[in-house]
Design a protein around this ligand. Structure first.
Ligand SMILES: [Zn+2]
Length: 62
């Protein structure tokens, strides 16, 4: 078990998400990430992983 800093994972229902590091000590400028291609993406700043939840719909703007 590597003693890496904890990488959190979030399941989201939209193909676009924003991450700002949670506003804690590891916070970072808000970035928008797109899960449309692979269904998952890692935040380049804090390595927080976002996974597109099963049955998620495409963003409709509604
Ligand atoms: Zn982040």
């Amino acid at each position: 078990m590597a003693a890496e800093e904890a990488t959190e994972t979030s399941y989201v229902e939209t193909v676009t998400v924003s991450c700002d590091g949670g506003g804690g000590p590891l916070g970072h400028p808000r970035v928008f990430l797109n899960l449309e291609e692979t269904g998952e993406v890692d935040c380049p700043y804090c390595s927080h992983k976002f996974i597109l939840a099963d049955g998620a719909k495409e963003a409709s703007g509604h």
